[in-house]
Design a protein around this ligand. Structure first.
Ligand SMILES: Nc1ncnc2c1ncn2[C@@H]1O[C@H](COP(=O)(O)OP(=O)(O)OP(=O)(O)O)[C@@H](O)[C@H]1O
Ligand SMILES: [Mg+2]
Length: 316
């Protein structure tokens, strides 16, 4: 029976350099969420005391039925939704306690990637990516889209990395869904965030593009040592590309473990009774790419690494 929080520590200790004094002086968790509550003005209790931590860079998939509280959780972290109670500690600082100014500064440390991409349609790919730096350059400079050369260089590098080399002058509204999401990913990473929050990044994409986008997010999170919290409906995708899976039900964590621990019993706990064999069949039948073993997480991404970098999938 999976217990909330049980494996996070185990995974962390496997990955962290853990010898002698260094282990004893382990820094604060990158993200710690304590007893987070959200009750909307309608009386709907969307989060019912959520507690977990991320203490090393990893991709954490949040799964759960529609209405389980996944988006509310993500949005409470950067206070797009105001929590009713609890704490959100990013690098030791409680974001819930911050005033407006403090919150603005803290939000620069968090990159967001959305289902609907949230690009400015009439602007170019490059302008959309540079928008990730708007919180850093002065207001006047940003209004004129004047960015320091190192920002421009970083934007070109990121575009190359996400498979959009040569697309910088294209308008956002001329891109496919997969390409738009690549721009969204590049924009989020332009902030050099300490944390990536990702809400349903593949919900409007076809299955193959979805895999490519999830792989890319995982690769970049690993390369940049940035933990990512990813809301996702697709359990097979979560199992393939996450290092850890958190299952939410009625606003509470009912599962927190590695992807290969997400068996039929756990799925039933999270979603209720269903014939989960159908899911396995769909998972196996998907294929025009080599299949990755469930639970491989970073290893699966490493195996697929290079395709996105070579830009093979930018057409998606
Ligand atoms: N602005 C709001 N006002 C009132 N209730 C809300 C609001 N946003 C969400 N809720 C409710 O809070 C609960 C959790 O919603 P949330 O959007 O977090 O779920 P979710 O897990 O992201 O669902 P989905 O998978 O459909 O995106 C639901 O019962 C929802 O109806
Ligand atoms: Mg949602």
């Amino acid at each position: 029976m999976p217990v909330a929080g049980s494996t996070a520590g185990a995974v962390a200790s496997a990955a962290a350099p853990s010898t002698g004094d260094a282990a004893m002086a382990r820094p604060a968790p990158l993200l710690r969420i304590e007893s987070l509550e959200k009750t909307y003005p309608t009386g709907q209790r969307a989060l019912a005391g959520v507690t977990f931590k991320i203490d090393h860079p990893q991709v954490v998939a949040i799964i759960g039925s529609s209405g389980a509280g996944k988006s509310t959780l993500i949005r409470c972290i950067n206070r797009l939704v105001e929590p009713s109670a609890g704490r959100v500690l990013l690098g030791g600082e409680d974001l819930v306690a911050l005033d407006r100014k403090g919150l603005r500064a803290a939000r620069r440390r968090i990159g967001m990637i959305f289902q609907e991409f949230n690009l400015v349609e009439r602007l170019t790919v490059m302008q959309n990516v540079l928008a990730g730096r708007l919180g850093y350059v002065g207001l006047m400079a940003s209004l004129r889209y004047r960015f320091p050369p190192q920002d421009i260089r970083a934007a070109f590098e990121l575009l190359d990395r996400v498979g959009l080399d040569g697309y910088h002058d294209q308008r956002a509204d001329a891109l496919s869904g997969g390409q738009r999401q690549r721009v969204g990913i590049a924009r989020a990473l332009m902030q050099r965030p300490e944390l990536l929050l990702v809400d349903e990044p593949t919900a409007s994409l076809d299955p193959k593009t979805s895999r490519q986008i999830m792989r890319l997010i995982g690769e970049l999170a690993t390369e940049r040592a940035t933990p990512a919290l990813v809301n996702i409906h697709d359990v097979a995708l979560a199992k393939s590309f996450a290092d850890r899976i958190v299952g939410l039900k009625d606003g509470a964590i009912v599962f927190d473990d590695t992807p290969d621990a997400l068996d039929d019993e756990a799925l039933t706990l999270i979603y209720g009774a269903e014939d989960w064999n159908l899911l396995d069949a769909a998972d196996e039948g998907e294929g025009d790419e080599p299949s990755e073993p469930p639970g491989a997480g970073a290893a699966a991404r490493a195996a697929g690494r290079g395709a996105a970098a070579r830009g093979e999938s930018a057409r998606g």
